[in-house]
Write a protein that binds this ligand. Structure first.
Ligand code: SAM
Length: 291
């Protein structure tokens, strides 16, 4: 069965009396070479387990199952579970779980697979919830090898922007703390059913095994990044003072200047190493001011 064929997708949905659910971001891939390319490039070790989020009717799942040792697919839509039993019945290395990835206990679900070897993530993500899913995966602390996701091109450009680039955002800095993102290719909207309004891109993130930057206090590090991007038109001292109300603007400005930056610099110009040094300074100041 060709699960990318538009006629087949419509037939399978009709057979189970299902409609495409917009609230779950259901835009299914209709191009064999796209699902094959994603499956080929999401991981470089065939003995890996792949966690897939949102298998839909199983087009990408099938390609993953043919290339990797195990596939664990989380699907929120209960209606698709019997469909997946039907389309993936021959693939004994696929486990489909009817769960919302946002509430799923990823550590518990994946523990037996991490015991066996490497685990990577591969997903054509629903647009409505891309960033929360990515943040959940990163913050889980699970030692994924790669996270490969198909997302809106605009978001992909943000994730893969160099520090200081015009597309750079707080998520860019946070992502570079956890790993190295790379934009692989773009997929136009006419490769989906129903077609979304915008094009998509595939981004692969190689997670750091050992993080190259280690802020003294991670919460302050993330707070520094968030504050730096919250009001992009403000200079860094102004943007940080608006959030770090426990510190004086003079102290914040001195911290920035001590690190070799101009007081007029904007937060988006800093890279992860510079955010680490700055947040360490701010953390020192906060500790000193509370003693
Ligand atoms: N993988 C299929 C493909 O490429 O054709 C479908 C991708 S479609 C863009 C997104 C899929 O994610 C849908 O099957 C949708 O039901 C599922 N989904 C949406 N929100 C989800 C969530 N919170 N947890 C798990 N699956 C979700």
């Amino acid at each position: 069965m060709n699960l990318c064929d538009i006629k087949t997708i419509k037939q399978v949905m009709a057979m189970f009396s299902l409609n495409f659910r917009k609230e779950f971001g259901q835009n299914f891939l209709t191009s064999n070479f796209v699902v094959e390319d994603i499956a080929d490039s999401c991981c470089d070790d065939s003995s890996s387990t792949i966690l897939e989020i949102g298998p839909g009717i199983g087009s990408l799942t099938k390609e993953l199952a043919e290339r990797y040792e195990n596939v664990v697919s989380l699907e929120i839509d209960r209606g698709l579970i019997p469909v997946l039993k039907y389309t993936l019945g021959d693939y004994k290395n696929v486990t489909v779980i009817n769960e919302d990835v946002m509430s799923a206990d990823l550590s518990g679900i994946l523990a037996p697979y991490f015991e066996k070897g490497k685990v990577s993530v591969c997903a054509n993500l629903p647009y409505y919830i891309t960033t929360p899913i990515l943040m959940k995966l990163l913050e889980s602390g699970l030692p994924f090898d790669y996270i490969t996701i198909m997302i809106q091109s605009e978001v992909a450009d943000r994730l893969c922007s160099p520090a200081g680039g015009k597309n750079c955002g707080a998520i860019t800095a946070v992502l570079n703390y956890y790993g190295t993102p790379e934009k692989l290719f773009t997929v136009t909207a006419d490769n989906f059913l129903p077609p979304p309004k915008v094009d998509s891109s595939v981004v692969r993130i190689k997670l750091h095994k050992e993080k190259p930057y280690r802020p003294v206090n991670e919460a302050t590090f993330f707070r520094t990044i968030r504050a730096s991007f919250e009001q992009r038109r403000k200079t860094l001292p102004n943007a940080l003072s608006a959030v770090f109300s426990e510190l004086s603007k003079e102290d914040i400005t001195s911290a920035i200047v001590d690190l070799g930056h101009s007081p007029d610099i904007r937060g988006e110009k800093l890279n992860v190493a510079e955010f680490t040094s700055l947040s360490d300074k701010l953390y020192e100041l906060i500790k000193a001011s509370s003693t």
